[in-house]
Ligand binder design. Structure first.
Ligand code: SAM
Length: 284
């Protein structure tokens, strides 16, 4: 039987490893068993699932995933934590072979042992969006998941076009699938207590890729340009990407059935993609 870490054990493990949680690595460890079990429930993890966890830290969430009988590939940048995790798992009843630890920066990982199809993570706050987009892009086998992120970031990931919260991360995340807010988490379940609250965000990847890699790359460039200066009209942003005039950008936008005077926040990912396809059809 797999057992979970308690708050006292988390602190004593950190002390034994000489780990003082750092802001730079977003090290806020969950010290509440109900919270880690809740994350795993929302993610619908069941026996035999192949899960990847980014930033397992001391192992609170890792053990809750393993408790369900899933297999876990855990990617941790802090060597001390990565090296200690297998021993913690063994001490808590995890069967041999159920956990694989990758001692690496998640932003640089290009291969994942165990071929995971589910992502479950309490993400380091400072890199949560780039890490998520990197994983969605690099590992198409990831079909669904639940991540805990800072509330503002979660709202952004799940935002629909038209509001102030909608931005480049919302449009880019939507390229891969559907994202929804799945509950809030108090800052008081963490040690140390961060100065922000968190939310759970669930995603499900679309059955089919939205477009080709060439289309995605250009769509993302247009998205970045559109949100770089939110006040700018789309025709100005697109002219910057194409290296042409606002007039020729207007022509492209009209042909793609997008108002040249619209602003980025009014466009869904499909609209951005239509513009990218039109640019490509005219020779890039
Ligand atoms: N999962 C643990 C928990 O819930 O208690 C720890 C979560 S803590 C918010 C984030 C973890 O991500 C830390 O262990 C930190 O060392 C790790 N981390 C930070 N940046 C990382 C990166 N680029 N790649 C992999 N792990 C990273």
């Amino acid at each position: 039987m797999v057992t979970l870490l308690g708050p006292a054990e988390i602190r004593s493990l950190a002390a034994a490893l000489d780990v003082t949680p750092t802001k730079k690595l977003g090290q806020n460890f969950v010290v509440d068993a109900n919270t880690v079990r809740r994350i795993v429930s929302v993610a619908g993890v069941t026996e035999g699932d192949r899960v990847v966890e980014i930033g397992p830290g001391l192992g609170s969430l890792t053990l809750a995933i393993l408790e369900r009988g899933a297999r876990v590939t855990a990617v941790e940048i802090d060597h001390r934590l990565a090296q200690r995790l297998p021993a913690t798992a063994a001490e808590h009843g995890v069967p041999e072979g159920a956990l694989t630890v990758v001692d690496a920066d998640a932003l640089r990982v290009t291969e994942l042992p165990g071929d995971p199809s589910v992502l479950v993570a309490n993400l380091p706050y400072n890199v949560s969006v780039p890490v998520l987009l990197h994983f969605m892009q690099t590992f198409p086998g990831l079909r669904r998941g639940v991540v805990m992120v800072q509330a503002e970031v979660g709202e952004r990931l799940a935002a629909a076009p038209g509001g102030k919260v909608y931005g480049a991360p919302s449009a880019k995340a939507a390229w891969y699938g559907a994202w929804r807010l799945a509950g809030s988490v108090s800052r008081h379940v963490f040690w140390p207590v961060p100065n922000v609250d968190s939310v759970l965000v669930a995603f499900e990847r679309d059955a089919q890729p939205r477009g080709t890699e060439q289309e995605r790359a250009l769509t993302f460039r247009i998205v970045d340009a559109a949100f770089q200066q939110r006040r700018k009209m789309l025709r100005q942003a697109l002219a910057g990407v194409l290296g042409g005039s606002a007039g020729s950008a207007s022509e492209v936008l009209e042909a793609a059935r997008v108002a040249p005077t619209a602003r980025g926040e009014e466009l869904g990912i499909e609209d951005f993609l239509r513009v990218a396809r039109l640019v490509l059809s005219r020779g890039g």
